[in-house]
Design a protein around this ligand. Structure first.
Ligand SMILES: C[S@@+](CC[C@H](N)C(=O)[O-])C[C@H]1O[C@@H](n2cnc3c(N)ncnc32)[C@H](O)[C@@H]1O
Length: 265
């Protein structure tokens, strides 16, 4: 860790759940009993996503400002569709897609988070513990697999919607990842990408390169920042020529970008 940047920051305290995250969590009210909700909340030492387990009982997720993603999580996008969620972590978006009546949802994660959660917070997570705890509460049919996103062709399946949230800036080869995702799209399907954005001037066809540890001194997996035009050109290079940028904004002090990518018709 921290191969190139300045001194390590101290371990981060696990932040309190914010009201904004509770509002996002309320999109998926789980409605468990208080006793079971408290048991599940306390069974996982660190949550990435905030879940509304029971009235007034939430998991203390560390992810921030996910509200800006909700405009792409509409029922018309998911109803009757097959969905692949890349880098699902605790699975909030997989379970939300299922709640939005997706026909089938597959979630994959290479569990890279175990490394950066340990480095940033000093907490050792068991892989997929949060995901499985929520799947159990929801009696969910979402199929989880520990798998690298670059290997999803091995699933032998095509999907109407691929969710790629918070991952593209974390892979060393974003073109190969986008090509892999394009290859598992069903005809007319789309990749919904949420990733690290950039403050480079609008319209610059570039990708920003971050020093290891520069975005967070204990997380070496922030490689890239994508301005809209850079993302557009990458998508075009893998045959996803119809790019719609849904939003670009600073989230918790960091530039982010949200877009849909489809093959041009
Ligand atoms: C920042 S979290 C985002 C979680 C969730 N998608 C979201 O946006 O709320 C990134 C997740 O992607 C996973 N990940 C990173 N690189 C991956 C890869 N090459 N293949 C599969 N999962 C990956 C990490 O383990 C982590 O769970």
């Amino acid at each position: 860790m921290n191969a190139g940047a300045g001194p390590l920051e101290p371990l981060e305290p696990i932040p309190e759940t914010s009201e904004a995250e509770r509002m996002v969590a309320d999109e998926l009210p789980i409605g468990s009993t208080v006793e079971r909700a408290e048991r599940v909340r306390d069974s996982v030492p660190l949550w990435f996503h905030t879940f509304a387990l029971a009235p007034g009982i939430y998991t203390p997720g560390i992810a921030r400002d996910h509200g800006y993603r909700l405009p792409v999580m509409t029922a018309d996008r998911f109803a009757g569709r097959s969905v692949l969620d890349i880098g699902a972590f605790d699975g909030f978006y997989s379970f939300l897609a299922e709640a939005r009546q997706a026909r089938r949802v597959v979630a994959v994660d290479n569990e890279q988070y175990i490394d950066w959660v340990r480095a940033r917070f000093g907490v050792t997570l068991a892989g997929s513990a949060g995901f499985r705890a929520i799947a159990d509460l929801l009696a969910s049919q979402v199929q989880y697999q520990r798998m690298d996103a670059l290997d999803v062709r091995e699933l032998g399946e095509r999907f109407d919607v691929v969710l790629c949230f918070g991952v593209l800036h974390r892979v060393t080869d974003p073109i190969t990842l986008l090509r892999t995702l394009a290859d598992v799209l069903a005809s007319g399907g789309e990749v919904v990408v949420e990733t690290y954005g950039s403050h480079l001037p609008a319209g610059v066809p570039a990708i920003e390169v971050h020093q290891p540890g520069a975005v967070n001194s204990r997380d070496d997996f922030f490689y890239w920042g994508f301005p809209a035009e850079g993302l557009r050109r990458l998508a075009r290079s893998v045959g996803l020529g119809e790019v719609t940028v849904i939003d670009e904004r600073d989230v918790d002090g960091h530039p982010r970008i949200l877009a849909t990518l489809r093959a041009a018709r």
